[in-house]
Design a protein around this ligand. Structure first.
Ligand SMILES: NC(=O)c1ccc[n+]([C@@H]2O[C@H](COP(=O)([O-])OP(=O)(O)OC[C@H]3O[C@@H](n4cnc5c(N)ncnc54)[C@H](OP(=O)(O)O)[C@@H]3O)[C@@H](O)[C@H]2O)c1
Length: 357
């Protein structure tokens, strides 16, 4: 971000200089192309509207700038699950959501309805003139692609919301005086209002230099979230843990429901009865620690029970075998570490769990 202490005069001078440099570079390029007989944009009129959507042809003016001490104008690229929920949550927390860019008309219309006042764009590049802080909420694989399409102005910051990738993936969009960062909320964005509510109390992993990080930390706190900074180079591990906590846990629930069906329970029934056990186990882990929360056959060396489980799984729920085995091996290791499982039953259990893999 720009230094917030920079005076209005300095910023106006810088903006004018940038504008002149860009215009010069653009005019030179256009002149070269026209000299070669190539007409770039026959209908070159700056921006135009199709319905509520603004289509932009070039960068005729520098980006918007907030006053000293004001919150920066925010632009959101990608009106998917995260982009829309963040737009709603940030606006409710008093952040100015200036614009959104989404290629999909339905998502644009929904965003405009949920976040009144935001301008809507079909192209990501067109949004750059409207915002100081641009939040890229596109799938991880699309981040470098979209970053290459953007040209930031000095004083702007571009951040993404990925938990797996570092901020360096945004480097292609950078120019002198720009910053990149990340703002990853540890929330499962399955439903808009549930996600907005879940932001309160959730961790948000922040990346960026000190000035940008301070702004992003303030943004997280204004949502009631808890900003965290990770050790350098650890984002993939942090995100793998998040995946196990959300998607991995859903996979476990799915396997539990599959076994519940064998016993005659429907999904709601399984969630009701095993859900209580899950909550109790989580409560025990919080109160006593993870290792101490382990219960079940592995803590007793109960080889007969383990064999019966494996037989039942092979016969009735083979789809759940892989998860059961992986979890079982981890439980054996935990029980041994805790000193409640002797080496002999531990090795028998390992053999049983590894068989037929
Ligand atoms: N879902 C979660 O629970 C969660 C949690 C934390 C962080 N995140 C992170 O947040 C980011 C967005 O995830 P999401 O769940 O919001 O994804 P999503 O619901 O699939 O939305 C992605 C948005 O990006 C746009 N988009 C898709 N491909 C694109 C491309 N090639 N170029 C430009 N735009 C493209 C989509 O289309 P339109 O342009 O047509 O709108 C859509 O609006 C990801 O980095 C993800 O890792 C997700």
């Amino acid at each position: 971000m720009r230094p917030w202490s920079r005076s209005e005069d300095e910023r106006a001078a810088l903006a004018a200089l940038e504008k002149a440099q860009r215009a010069h570079a653009r005019d030179e390029t256009v002149a070269d192309l026209e000299a070669a007989g190539i007409q770039l944009d026959p209908d070159r009129t700056g921006s135009h509207r199709h319905g509520d959507v603004v289509h932009q042809h070039d960068h005729p003016h520098p980006h918007v700038q907030s006053g000293v001490g004001e919150r920066p104008a925010i632009g959101i690229i990608g009106a998917g699950a995260v982009g829309t929920a963040l737009g709603v949550a940030l606006q409710r927390a008093g952040w100015p959501i200036a614009a959104v860019a989404s290629r999909d008309a339905g998502r644009r219309e929904r965003f405009a309805r949920l976040v009144p006042g935001a301008r809507v764009f079909a192209e990501a590049a067109a949004l750059v003139d409207e915002a100081e802080l641009i939040i890229l909420c596109v799938p991880d694989d699309a981040l470098p692609v979209v970053a290459r399409e953007l040209r930031l102005y000095s004083g702007q910051a571009l951040i993404h919301t990925s938990g797996a990738l570092g901020a360096e993936v945004l480097q292609p969009a950078m120019a002198a005086g720009t910053q990149v960062g990340a703002f990853h909320p540890l929330v499962a964005f399955a439903d808009l209002e549930r996600a907005v509510a879940a932001l309160a109390g959730a961790a948000v992993a922040i990346e960026g230099d000190d000035q940008l990080a301070a702004l992003l930390a303030g943004m997280a706190e204004s949502l009631g979230a808890v900003p965290v900074r990770l050790l350098p180079g650890t984002k993939a591990a942090y995100h793998a843990a998040a995946m196990l906590s959300a998607g991995g846990f859903v996979a476990l629930l799915d396997a539990i429901a599959e076994l519940g069906r064998v016993a005659g329970l429907d999904e709601a029934g399984s969630l009701a009865i095993y859900g209580r056990l899950i909550e109790q186990t989580l409560g025990n882990a919080r109160a006593l620690g993870v290792a101490a929360a382990l219960t079940g056959p592995m803590t007793r060396g109960d080889v007969g029970t383990l064999s019966a489980h494996l037989r039942a799984l092979r016969a009735h729920a083979p789809g759940a075998l892989g998860l059961y085995r992986a979890a079982g091996l981890r439980e054996v290791a935990l029980a041994e570490e805790r000193g409640v499982l002797a080496p002999e039953p531990a090795s028998v259990m390992r053999r049983l769990l590894a068989s037929d893999l």
